[in-house]
Design a protein around this ligand. Structure first.
Ligand code: ZN
Length: 77
């Protein structure tokens, strides 16, 4: 299963979880146990350093830097 980045809406905790897309509703924040988590658009192997900025530009389809594009639209992929 792919590794996704999540962010907890209740305590702002960022964490990663292995899950299938069908089971996102079952993901709990490991810090506070809340299920109010949102999945961040991310690729599987992108490191934490500056990855959020790269991932968001990738969402727009411009994706000038990230090779494993999150939405598969990257020309450089
Ligand atoms: Zn939390």
């Amino acid at each position: 299963m792919p590794l996704f980045d999540f962010k907890c809406s209740d305590c702002e905790n960022d964490f990663e979880a292995l899950t299938s897309t069908a089971r996102i509703d079952d993901v709990e924040c490991p810090k506070c146990g809340s299920k109010h988590v949102s999945r961040k658009i991310s690729t599987f192997a992108v490191g934490r350093g500056g990855s959020s900025k790269s991932a968001s530009s990738c969402e727009t389809g411009t994706c000038p830097y990230v090779s494993p594009c999150a939405n598969g639209m990257c020309n450089l992929n």
